[in-house]
Structure formats: structure tokens, C-alpha cells
Design a protein around this ligand. Structure first.
Ligand SMILES: Cc1ncc(COP(=O)(O)O)c(C=O)c1O
Length: 456
């Protein structure tokens, strides 16, 4: 039953039907259901990030390909892809068929099965730093495991992390994810790591040193002072949780060299970049192999699976049980089958090349639309994911620079796009899927241009 596919009415002929002025949406059913949800779900949602939608969180009914439909029958061209996972688009028939087949054999043995061995072998083949692998459900857990094992191997207490990078919601990484303004961040050389949540233990602050990203000379100074106590340098290889910022040439190589010099682990958090920027992640795309890395989101097209992968030396304590890594639900039949199907399709159809091609088209088109309408939109990113914000400079290299984005204008843009049936992540991030077409990319650009015409 759960595999029964629903029909979504998809308007393919964007060119002839596009008329932004005619589109006024009703969100009444969503509003009523959200009010109901607030009486049972804390805050009306199941994850903090789902609250941030205007005028209120929407309730979705179904998705197919590049489209998602809410309970008011509003049909959106979807660039959120459920925060990134749906790299092949919603309800991909081959993924669903593999999941159904695997689920008929059983759901969870909580023991070894052939699928997980094959999946691990596939990751070994595709990801440069994947000598040994363990599967989890979420990126947060896998990041947690990576930091634990880095501590075990080095015998050191702390890790170095970067402002604006997100490594999940656990205590010791729930800092320095955002800041209200530059003043709150303190000096570059000695940043104040703003807590993201109440309820964090004071001791968590002592577990990490924070640093602005993309500034190798600064990391060198920090490592010179603290290298002896650093177990790991953890980074998103492309900074995607604030803007979408690529590493400066030589930056990741520089982090690699510093980790080697000071004998700590280099951890790439590839939760967003993994399988998206390249099949082997940012490590294969930029040619820098970390000691440990974490994959999740796009790995299984919407099914919950993550992986901690690493060099033999760094994964050995897990292999030997000296570092405990566990989870009842790890590597269930459905999630493993979804990952196998997703990766097979990505590889067979060379989807990554398509994501880059479509992403380039989107970035170029949005830039041209901004130029033609006199908007100060800044569009950055490698293509498979991109960010649009409004700022008077395109010199955006780290989290502090992203504070120059005009957030209120960004929100007006996102809301207007939504009104016209194009769904983009609230912070300005766009994800491309293999289900998007060139016509849909052009439609999104035309919509953005129409919005730019009146945006103040
Ligand atoms: C780079 C990065 N790391 C870790 C996570 C946490 O992953 P999860 O939400 O699966 O726990 C995220 C989630 O957005 C992420 O973007």
C-alpha cells in the first residue's frame, strides 16, 4: 500500500502557462492542520527547521519527480528536495520498487544482511577515504561517532570547528551555527561561539575551538597554539549551511597538511556534498582525502541512512569495539535497499553531470535576471546546490561575510517565489535533482526575474 503512487498534475509547458500575476494561493487547509498539529506535536513540527515557513508551516500531501503538492493542492516546483535528500526527485519508481522488494524479505534483522555488505563495498569503491564503513540513521549520529573515534585514536580532548558549519544538533556541536550580528561573534582570532540552544552543558564549550572558515593562515595560527590538544579538524567541505561557499583554492589541501603536521584527524562532513557534488563526495571532487567522513542526505533519496567512513587506522577502534558505535535501527532492509537503488541510478545515469549542468544553467540564469533587473542578488555555489542572497558584495567567503546578506529581502524573495509555485529553502539554498528538466530550470529563472521586477 505504502508504495501506491499518487498522481501529481504537473504543468510541463511552463513557457505557455506562466503568469505570475494570476497566482494567488490559498493555504487554508494547511493553516487548520498546523493549528491541530500544535496541540500534539511540540511547536507543531517534528524538527526545528520545519517551523520556518511563511505564513506558517505547510502540510504536504504528495510528491512526484521535481514537484511537491500541499493539502491545499498548491503544486510547487521543488528546489528544497526535503532539505537535500531527494537527489532523484520525489517518489522515484525504481527506488520505491527496490524498497518494496527488500521490505518483503523482512524489515530489520538487527543483524548482518547481504545488502549492507554490498552497500559498504559500493562506498569503498566510490569514496576515496572509505576503507571501512559503519551505517547509522542520521548525519548527527555519524558526526558524533566521527568525533568520538578521533578522540580515541589521538587521546586528545578537543576538536576544531568552523563558524556557520552545521554538524547536527548534539550538545558539543550546537554552537557557532548562527549569530545575530558581527558583534556577537567576537574577534576573528578569538571568536565567541554563540550557543544554538538552551540546555547545553557548560562543559560542552570546552570540547571545541571555533575559527572562521576559509582562512588557512588563521587555522595555522590556531593549530600552532592548540594543535597538541586537537583530536580533529571537522569541516563541511563546501559551506552549505550558511550561504553556499566553496573552499578557496588550496584551503582543503591546507587543512589536510595541518592535520598531518599535528597528527589529528581531518573530518569532512559530507552530509550535503556526499553523492551530490560527485559520487565520491567533495573529497573526490576537490581531490583531498580526509581521514574520516560522514555521508547522509542524498545517499538514499529520502530514506534514513547515514555512514561514517574512514581510513583503516581511524576506523579500527570501532572495528575492535574499543570505540562503541551502535544502533538498533542501523542498516534496515528498506533504507539499505533505497541507498543501493539511489547510488546505482546515480552511477548508471551519470546524474551528477546533469546536476552540474542544470545547476550552472540556474546560477547563470539567476545572475543574468538579477543584472537585467538591477537587483543586488548574489548567486554562489558549485551547481548541484546554490545559494541566492541579496548583498552589495559578492566577496562572501565565510560565515561572517554571510551576515552581509539582507535577510529581510531574502525572505520576501522566497515568499514571492513560493506564491508563484517555486519552493526554495528559506535561507536561500537551492538543491537540484535528477528529476528537474531544463524547462523547469528556465521556468524558475523566469519566475525569479518576474519577482525581481517588483522586489524591494
Ligand atoms: C553538513 C551537515 N551535517 C550534519 C547534518 C545533520 O544531519 P541529520 O539532520 O541527518 O542529523 C546536517 C543536516 O542538515 C548537515 O547539513
Amino acid at each position: 500500500m505504502f508504495l501506491q503512487r499518487t498522481r501529481v498534475s504537473i504543468l510541463r509547458q511552463w513557457g505557455c502557462c506562466f503568469n505570475p500575476g494570476a497566482m494567488t494561493k490559498s493555504y487554508e487547509r494547511s493553516r487548520a492542520l498546523f493549528e491541530r498539529a500544535r496541540k500534539s506535536l511540540a511547536g507543531g513540527v517534528s524538527s526545528e527547521f520545519r517551523k520556518f515557513n511563511s505564513p506558517h508551516p505547510f502540510v504536504y500531501a504528495r510528491g512526484e519527480g521535481s514537484h511537491v503538492v500541499d493539502v491545499d493542492e498548491n503544486d510547487y516546483l521543488d528546489f528544497t528536495l526535503s532539505q537535500g535528500p531527494l537527489i532523484l526527485g520525489h517518489s522515484h519508481p525504481e527506488v520505491l520498487a527496490r524498497v518494496e522488494r527488500a521490505s518483503r524479505d523482512g524489515q530489520l534483522y538487527a543483524a548482518l544482511h547481504l545488502g549492507e555488505i554490498e552497500l559498504a563495498e559500493t562506498l569503498q569503491r566510490l569514496i576515496p577515504g572509505a576503507e571501512l564503513i559503519r551505517f547509522n540513521l542520521s548525519g548527527s549520529e555519524a558526526d558524533h561517532a566521527a568525533l568520538r573515534v578521533a578522540r580515541a585514536v589521538t587521546g586528545r580532548p578537543k576538536f576544531l570547528r568552523f563558524e556557520g558549519h552545521y554538524h547536527g544538533w548534539f550538545d558539543n556541536v550546537a554552537f557557532a551555527i548562527g549569530a545575530p550580528n558581527l558583534d556577537a561573534m567576537g574577534p576573528r582570532e578569538a571568536p565567541t561561539a554563540v550557543a544554538w540552544s538552551q540546555g547545553l552543558p557548560d562543559a560542552a564549550r570546552g570540547e571545541f575551538i571555533t575559527c572562521p572558515w576559509n582562512d588557512l593562515a588563521l587555522v595555522e595560527r590556531v593549530m600552532a597554539a592548540h594543535g597538541h590538544e586537537i583530536a580533529a579538524i571537522i569541516t563541511e567541505p563546501v559551506m552549505c549551511n550558511a550561504g553556499c561557499i566553496e573552499p578557496r583554492p588550496g584551503y582543503l589541501q591546507g587543512l589536510r597538511a595541518l592535520a598531518d603536521r599535528y597528527g589529528c584527524a581531518l573530518i569532512f562532513d559530507e552530509v550535503i556534498t556526499g553523492f551530490r557534488i560527485a559520487l565520491g563526495g567533495a573529497q573526490s571532487y576537490y581531490g583531498v582525502t580526509p581521514d574520516l567522513s560522514v555521508f547522509a542526505k542524498a545517499m538514499a533519496n529520502g530514506y534514513p541512512i547515514s555512514a561514517i567512513v574512514g581510513r583503516q587506522r581511524w576506523m579500527q577502534p570501532i572495528a575492535e569495539g574499543k570505540v562503541v558505535h551502535a544502533g538498533t535501527m542501523n542498516a534496515g532492509n528498506a533504507t539499505v535497499a533505497a541507498a543501493q537503488a539511489t547510488i546505482d541510478i546515480l552511477e548508471r545515469d551519470n546524474v551528477n553531470a546533469r546536476l552540474h549542468r542544470l545547476g550552472r544553467r540556474l546560477i547563470d540564469g539567476l545572475r543574468e535576471a538579477a543584472r537585467a533587473t538591477g537587483q543586488n542578488a548574489v548567486v554562489l555555489g558549485p551547481g548541484p546546490m546554490a545559494h541566492l542572497g541579496f548583498a552589495d558584495t559578492d566577496q562572501i567567503f565565510d560565515f561572517r561575510d554571510t551576515l552581509r546578506y539582507d535577510k529581510a529581502k531574502g525572505a520576501r524573495f522566497i515568499n514571492a517565489m513560493q506564491e508563484h509555485g517555486v519552493r526554495v529553502i528559506g535561507r536561500g539554498l537551492w538543491y537540484i535533482s535528477g528529476a528537474h528538466t531544463e524547462g523547469e530550470i528556465d521556468h524558475a529563472i523566469a519566475t525569479a526575474r518576474a519577482v525581481f521586477e517588483t522586489l524591494v
